[in-house]
Ligand binder design. Structure first.
Ligand SMILES: O=C(O)CCC(=O)C(=O)O
Ligand SMILES: [Fe+2]
Length: 494
């Protein structure tokens, strides 16, 4: 058989094997990459940068504390630094780093143990060192999020990666190593680990990562003579992967390790951000002033305040995560401010019945039924309130069957077997114009001369209820009653 024939004969098997791997999804457990070191400032790209432009890194400087509790060193020596790659001729910094690092322990049976036959390495904790290396600015964290996150935890909400620096490790020749182990997860949102190997000459020390019978080997050994020696290399893998570091036979292998957490990220933080202070948003004062005495707007009768969302959301899409998490721009700002003012905003789709009401009114007029007579629907149509129906997200499809004109509204829109909406025919203040963008909301069969598919569209709005004076008085009376009950209970228990 010729080489080509041999290859062709092997192809069906290779495809089958690939098919199996894809079917079992057991290939997705690790990813890796490298970042070259540059000494000059990065050139400004003349084109617009792509989402993940090729990045290079400045040499990495590590600074660490040398003072210990027992022997405080003189102040001028309290902190030492080492820059990698090492400039030609200088390597004293690595010796000093080793002197100040401590033997690395590992978890066994719920305890931290020191056992050099299992792990021979040195480490520095994060409270004693810092470095100029940042996996975020180099695009490493975004890459990990793109490749490893989709299978992790709740991928509808936890779409970002937070990398928390864990240790600096030094594995030195001739026998530094770490036998096969699985990292201890620090919380339920931890989904993996990131190992970053800094540019320093060494031999051996391959990282092997295993998952369901598959194995990847990351060989980051470098020699000063290698053209690629000056690069940062990294690998990330899922928490359930077993991994080990083979013996470093020569030189020092210095790594930074990170714990990787799946977290809510950009675009999914509305109402959730712990760092945003809504009271310092530029819109805050204006909203607060407007909301200070909204009851006056409704003559004490109560009503609602609606802000129409100004961005387009796929709010009725089945697999999208629900609003308000994904509100953005001014919509997010309004939501945050309403919340911080204690106004308990809601977000919902609103169907407008203006058109139906008009038709209904004409129909009654034709039949010469006076506006204060007839059925409830007639009176409602005649009053022409702001006819908005508030419902819940998700396209509602009426199962079919005859809907006559007069029961139509109750059954289809507010009936419990219908969309389950709620009328908003009390007073309303709209904070902005209703936008033109709409989403399909209700599908039903309308009967005119013949049956036809009919539908209603909706607009998405943020709503705040303003209770009427009587409701407030009732609520206050109830609160008073509850308070008295408590006092009585205390009295009887005393
Ligand atoms: O430094 C490394 O290459 C990884 C070390 C490791 O596996 C660990 O710290 O758990
Ligand atoms: Fe590990």
């Amino acid at each position: 058989m010729s080489a080509v024939e041999e290859q062709l004969a092997a192809t069906p098997d290779a495809f089958e094997k690939l098919g199996d791997i894809l079917k079992n999804q057991d290939h997705l457990f690790a990813c890796s990459g490298s970042v070259p070191i540059r000494n000059e400032p990065e050139a400004v790209p003349d084109q617009r940068p792509g989402p993940d432009e090729q990045r290079t890194s400045r040499p990495v400087t590590i600074r660490w504390d040398t003072a210990t509790a027992n022997s405080p060193t003189p102040e001028q020596d309290a902190c030492v630094k080492l820059t990698l790659p090492i400039a030609p001729g200088g390597n004293g910094g690595v010796d000093r780093l080793r002197q100040h690092a401590k033997p690395a322990t590992f978890g066994r049976g719920g305890e931290d143990v020191l056992d050099e036959s299992y792990r021979k390495a040195l480490k520095i904790d994060t409270d004693s060192f810092c470095s100029t290396f940042d996996p975020y600015t180099l695009g490493i964290i975004d890459t990990i999020a793109q490749v490893l996150l989709p299978s992790a935890i709740d991928s509808t909400t936890h779409r970002s990666v937070r990398a928390e620096l864990y240790k600096l490790n030094v594995y030195s020749g001739p026998s530094g190593m770490f036998k096969s182990h699985v990292d201890t997860p620090r919380s339920t949102s931890q989904f993996g680990s990131l190992v970053v190997c800094l540019p320093l000459e060494h031999e051996g020390g391959q990282l092997k990562v295993r998952h369901k019978g598959k194995e990847m080997t990351y060989d980051w050994s470098t020699r000063q003579s290698d053209p690629n020696h000056a690069q940062i290399q990294w690998a990330a893998f899922y928490s359930d992967c077993e991994h080990e570091i083979l013996e470093v036979t020569k030189g020092d292998r210095i790594t930074l390790t990170y714990n990787l957490y799946a977290v809510r990220g950009a675009g999914r933080l509305t109402g959730m951000s712990k760092t945003l202070d809504p009271t310092h948003l530029p819109l805050y004062e204006a909203v607060k002033t407007a909301m200070d005495s909204p009851r006056a707007r409704f003559d004490g009768k109560g009503g609602s305040i609606i802000f129409w969302c100004s961005h387009i959301y796929a709010y009725n899409h089945q697999s999208e995560s629900p609003l308000p998490d994904t509100l953005k721009g001014v919509d997010a700002v309004i939501w945050e401010i309403f919340q911080s003012l204690g106004l308990q905003p809601r977000i919902a789709p609103f169907v407008s019945l203006e058109y139906e009401l008009e038709g209904l009114q004409e129909w009654y007029d034709e039949k010469k039924i006076p506006s204060d007579g007839g059925d409830a629907l007639r009176r409602w149509a005649a009053e022409r309130p702001a006819p908005l129906l508030e419902g819940s997200f998700g396209v509602y499809k009426h199962p079919g069957g005859y809907l006559d004109e007069t029961t139509h509204y109750q059954e289809l829109y507010i009936g419990k077997d219908g969309w389950g909406g709620k009328y908003h025919n009390e007073s309303q203040v709209w904070l902005n114009e209703r936008p033109s963008n709409e989403e399909l909301q209700i599908l039903f069969t309308a009967y005119g001369n013949e049956a036809e598919a009919a539908y209603h569209y909706s607009h998405c709005g943020i709503l705040v209820d303003v209770p009427g004076t009587s409701e407030i008085e009732a609520a206050e009376a109830l609160a008073e009653e509850v308070k008295n009950m408590r006092i009585e209970l205390q009295d009887t228990s005393a």
